[in-house]
Ligand binder design. Structure first.
Ligand code: CP
Length: 309
């Protein structure tokens, strides 16, 4: 059956098969090659961000406007009627009457699915707590494909906050379709959730857990570095124990040894886990990765709103 994203919710990367992932990557490439101005003319995106965001919110809004659509919404919950006690469910039921599609970021895991269950317009999950961030995964895959030339058979190291890192959970699942070998490098308190590891093992992924890059770094085609997310810790003492535990720099990587064609991705924002000395090297693709948010989110909006084949 032909791939179709028309009127579909984008809640979890688990809802998509390999063919569907590749369809969006191919469409994103077309978005870069061909001018699609005005294909979403007359369409309205409601951009609802209950948590801070720079890249996801602005790239969705830019993508929508560049395709001829318009954007309504808010960038903080304090300006919506949720601050008066209105439920998320009631809010989205009202907002669906004003738009054609909803993009939602919320601090509660499962919030995007909850919204999708009560509205008829499509809902795109822009990050729900520490659960999933599927559109980031599409742009991560797109970046890996562009910079490595393939998605197949790569050795990928995930580094940092793997417990709360929703981008890691989504990307690891997606890469399981492409025969990746995965190294999960974190302090013991920030290891991958057990259910994610079990799922990967069920999918026959070669997975390893480590506390350091030492002894692994020379095997890696990709390092996916993440920030230790202070805001997700219930206890500040626990955060202090792992603050600054990893600091990638050009000299440090040269010292431990890496492949010449290693690529370093990071969903950003970064704090201190990745030194500026890397920025101008060929390893660093994270700024390019953030820019890929535009073609990938254009592709997702156009596909879900039925504006492309
Ligand atoms: N990568 C990402 O989700 O960034 P923002 O939090 O700035 O949207």
């Amino acid at each position: 059956m032909a791939v179709s994203f028309k009127q579909r919710d984008i809640i979890s990367i688990r809802h998509f098969n390999k063919e569907e992932l590749l369809y969006i990557l191919d469409l994103a490439k077309r978005m870069e090659q061909v001018d699609h101005t005005n294909i979403l003319k007359g369409k309205v995106l409601a951009s609802l961000f209950f948590e801070p965001s720079t890249r996801t919110r602005l790239s969705f809004e830019s993508a929508m406007k560049r395709l001829g659509g318009v954007v309504i919404g808010f960038a903080e919950s304090g300006v919506s009627s949720v601050s008066k006690g209105e439920s998320l469910s009631d809010s989205v039921k009202i907002i669906e009457g004003y738009c054609d599609i909803i993009v939602l970021r919320h601090y509660l895991e499962g919030s995007a699915q909850l919204a999708a269950d009560v509205v008829d317009v499509p809902v795109i999950n822009a990050g729900d707590g520490s659960n999933q961030h599927p559109t980031q995964t599409f742009l991560d895959l797109y970046t890996i494909q562009k910079t490595k030339g393939t998605l197949e058979g790569l050795t990928v190291g995930f580094l940092g906050d793997l417990k709360y890192g929703r981008t890691v959970h989504s990307l690891a699942y997606a890469l399981s379709y492409f025969g990746a070998e995965m190294f999960f490098i974190s302090p013991p308190s920030l290891r991958m959730p057990r259910d994610c590891m079990d799922e990967l093992k069920d999918r026959k992924v070669r997975c390893h857990e480590n506390e350091s890059l030492l002894g692994i770094s020379k095997k890696l085609d990709v390092i996916y570095c993440t920030r230790i997310q202070k805001e997700r810790f219930a206890d500040p003492v626990e955060f202090e124990k792992v603050r600054g535990v990893y600091r990638l720099s050009k000299s440090m990587l040269e010292e431990i040894g890496i492949k010449d064609d290693l690529k370093i991705l990071h969903p950003l924002p970064r704090v201190d886990e990745m030194d500026g000395s890397l920025d101008k090297t060929d390893f660093a693709v994270y700024f390019h990765q953030a820019r890929n948010g535009i073609p990938v989110r254009k592709a997702l909006l156009a596909a879900v709103l039925g504006a492309v084949e």
